[in-house]
Design a protein around this ligand. Structure first.
Ligand code: COA
Length: 181
């Protein structure tokens, strides 16, 4: 089943134009759309079952213990100051999540991404981060930034390829940014 939602019950601001699909390096197709509140349960399940290194790299702690409220916060975005895209496979299984979150009262948003281990090294993080750039720009952001653990060579490579700045390492974290102009 291709998991494109019906219009009934969609949040008013849901950006339908961001629904798309693309072929990954091994020829499989993934389907992309903006996150919906109804994705909260799948998101919670993915976080609960993620391996230690994935959690460490995504949340900077191997045991994030997210509350229901925090999970709902991740799944319920306004599609403008906060936006997340999810990718699923042809069976509707979760493949990846990418998001930006505004830094309050700035024109900068912070991006983060996670790809399921069995779908890595296929260009998915690179493509999803690229697909966040137009909506971020359209929503008034001029800069995207990101922080990651300095030993996360995979995401460092992704940001490098997307034209982010060279990493600045401070207090045990690497940070990069990219102007959207
Ligand atoms: C980091 C992560 C998002 C990358 O996702 P992905 O879909 O595999 O990324 P891509 O396929 O687009 O690109 C990965 C690049 O890193 C490279 N790479 C992968 N593992 C690497 C490693 N250990 N060392 C160096 N480069 C590595 C790949 O070769 C590829 O570059 P290339 O295409 O030039 O060869 C994924 O590994 C992940 O979800 N990690 C856990 C969560 C996380 O780290 N999130 C980032 C927080 S901002």
């Amino acid at each position: 089943m291709v998991p494109v939602p019906t219009d009934a019950g969609l949040p008013e601001a849901y950006p339908k134009h961001l629904e798309s699909s693309f072929e990954v390096k091994d020829g499989r197709t993934v389907w992309v759309r903006a996150i919906l509140p109804s994705d909260a349960a799948d998101l919670a399940d993915a976080i609960e079952h993620a391996d230690r290194e994935t959690l460490l790299h995504r949340f900077f702690t191997a045991a994030p213990h997210l509350t229901d409220r925090q999970i709902h916060y991740l799944a319920e975005v306004d599609y403008r100051r906060r936006l997340a895209l999810i990718a699923r496979d042809a069976d509707g299984e979760g493949v990846a999540v990418v998001r930006y979150e505004c830094h309050p009262e700035t024109n900068t948003a912070e991006v983060a991404v996670a790809v399921a281990p069995e779908w890595r090294r296929l260009g998915i993080a690179t493509e999803l981060l690229r697909r966040l750039e137009d909506p971020a720009r359209e929503n008034g952001f001029e800069v995207l930034d990101a922080v990651y653990l300095p030993d996360n060579h995979a995401v460092a490579r992704v940001f490098e390829r997307l034209g982010y700045s060279s990493p600045c390492i401070e207090d045990g974290l690497a940070s990069v940014s990219k102007a959207l102009v």
